[in-house]
Design a protein around this ligand. Structure first.
Ligand SMILES: Nc1ncnc2c1ncn2[C@@H]1O[C@H](COP(=O)(O)OP(=O)(O)OP(=O)(O)O)[C@@H](O)[C@H]1O
Length: 294
């Protein structure tokens, strides 16, 4: 797999001495969707902000497209790395949505016709055309996030970083965000998502990085991560319900492979072997839960 960005022995301490990252070695690949998970304060946002130069390494290196970015400014990085903040208000400052979308393109020094064309296409893509004249700060929080995302997406970055993108999004909003990530990955880009939304991770991430106390404690596919109860406990993470059910059933003696963790298969296993489980666990509740979702 082709590498887009990586950290080498990256550590970061904030002024005042808080050591937020300790010896992080993380590689991001083209065509990949990587999620960083971990409890509050584990260092997810601090790590992600190193990829576009918002934070600088205290120790170690950060490379993007093979270049060490230690001396690059955030504005120089914007063409390669798009960053959508957890709180979109931090990155919206124009007087209307259209100008917000055009802002980054102007910095790229594109000609006016190209800027207008790209801005129009992206506003259509994100269903923002009717809000073109709206003041971004007057929009709801979910819509602000979409404007922030569109203003970054329009610059066509090879790495897109999304910090808590599903907060304030309804189910259709989450689905279209997921589709966008898949589309970008299929075009050879890389998407890095920082999130507490484990269902979103299990649905869209190809790779999951688990952080605790400023370190990466495990890296793997969603199946590998969410079935590893010791890692989940160490990182204080509740896996998506389907994995919680599978993990419970495994404990009660069932042999379930990672590729068998889906609602239909678990329901079938339970109905075939309910006699084995009855009395071993809170099977009735588990079975009702599963059957209600089939
Ligand atoms: N600007 C800052 N100044 C000083 N300490 C900070 C700053 N930002 C974060 N920290 C500290 O660095 C550590 C890692 O914080 P970070 O925000 O990266 O964690 P996180 O995993 O993204 O948390 P959350 O899930 O709450 O967003 C925490 O101890 C936090 O208090």
């Amino acid at each position: 797999m082709e590498i887009i960005a990586k950290t080498e022995h990256l550590s970061h301490s904030y002024p005042g001495g808080i050591k937020a990252l300790n010896n992080i070695n993380l590689t991001l690949y083209k065509h990949d969707i990587t999620a960083i998970i971990g409890q509050n304060g584990s260092g997810k946002t601090t790590l992600s902000k190193h990829f576009n130069g918002l934070l600088k390494a205290t120790k170690g290196n950060v490379l993007v497209n093979d270049h060490n970015i230690a001396r690059k400014k955030v504005s120089e990085m914007a063409k390669d790395v798009g960053y959508v903040f957890q709180n979109p208000s931090y990155q919206l400052f124009c007087s209307n949505v259209k100008d917000e979308i055009k802002f980054g393109l102007k910095n790229l020094k594109l000609d006016d016709r190209e800027i207008a064309l790209k801005a129009r296409e992206v506003m259509e893509r994100f269903h923002l055309t009717e809000y073109a004249k709206s003041q971004p700060m007057t929009l709801g929080s979910g819509m602000k996030k979409i404007v922030a995302l569109a203003s970054v997406y329009v610059m066509n970055p090879s790495l897109l970083i999304l910090d808590e993108p599903t907060t304030g999004q309804d189910q259709p909003g989450k689905s279209s965000l997921g589709e966008l990530m898949l589309e970008m990955a299929s075009q050879g880009k890389s998407v890095l998502v920082v999130t507490h939304d484990m269902n979103f991770v299990s649905e869209y991430a190809k790779r999951v990085i688990v952080m605790a106390n400023g370190e990466i404690i495990k890296e793997g596919t969603p199946d590998q991560i969410f079935t590893d109860e010791s890692v989940m406990n160490k990182a204080h993470i509740q896996p998506p319900q389907i994995y919680a059910i599978a993990n419970s059933l495994k404990k009660s003696g069932m042999n379930i492979q990672n590729n068998e963790i889906n609602i239909k298969h678990l329901a079938q296993l339970i109905s075939e072997r309910s006699a084995v489980i009855d009395g071993c666990y809170d099977t009735l509740q588990t079975r009702e839960l599963i059957l209600s979702q089939v």
